[in-house]
Design a binder for this molecule. Sequence first.
Ligand code: ATR
Length: 276
Amino acid sequence: MDRYGVIGHPIRHSRSPAIHQHFALLTGQPLSYERIEGTLEGFESEVIRFFAAGGLGLNVTLPFKERAFALAVERSPRAQVARAANTLGMTLEGTLWADNTDGEGLVRDMTLNLGVTLAGSRVLVLGAGGAARGIVQPLLKAGIAQLDIANRTLMRAQTLVRELESVSNEVPCHAFSWSEIPEHPYEVVINATSTAVAGDMPPLPATLFDQRTLAYDLGYGKGPTPFLELARQAGAGQMEDGLGMLVEQAAESFYLWRGIRPPGAEVLRALRAACH
Ligand code: ATR
């Protein structure tokens, strides 16, 4: 059976095996998908060993995404902007390739599952760390009209904007510090900070949100995240967590490996039902 897996540390709570096994079932693809507990000392040799033993593809999660990117020989443009990879595979010639499907997963969740029109919309991303890097390039490619990136540390947002401008200058991108966030409504506001974990989202102007705003948190958990709660109180029309992105980034990896698109929406429905 064709072998795939996810490597991370810790890995026991990963939902990827359940998602990929569901994809395999729905598409009739005979494959196995396992959890691999990576080690901080040995990540690179563990990946090489997996492929040398005939493994066909790996998803990579915290804290190894940057190391996976560094290890690969061929890297997609979106992985280069992210400087991180969540998907590894091997070419027929035996070359290790890296891609990052997080941003495409987000865009597909928004447009296909949530029915949001990204084309022409003004988008604000909160955060300029690894999670933000992972999503910005596919957002620009989705035809948005404007991308604003706000970060507690302004310089990090400025660096990211400069890098994006060197890749493509079709969409205006601007960097803001937290206190300078423009006080007008956006069509989409995305929380890419790690505050969902810390639970301490700093104050945002209430004027960011109106009835037409989609507030999207890359994080997810039981109940609304602090950011989504704040957006709801400020009058955002739609609040969504990152479970849909989790499923769609997995679907994009599956597509890269197998050339078949699994039904993400169906698996997302099953996952939500299982969570409630
Ligand atoms: P990740 O891979 O989850 O993105 P990261 O690269 O460490 O992790 O980035 C964390 C992001 O959350 C950064 O944008 C960080 O802001 P700084 O660059 O100023 O550190 C942001 N962040 C974390 N805690 C925050 C808080 N309490 N308030 C605002 N932003 C926060």
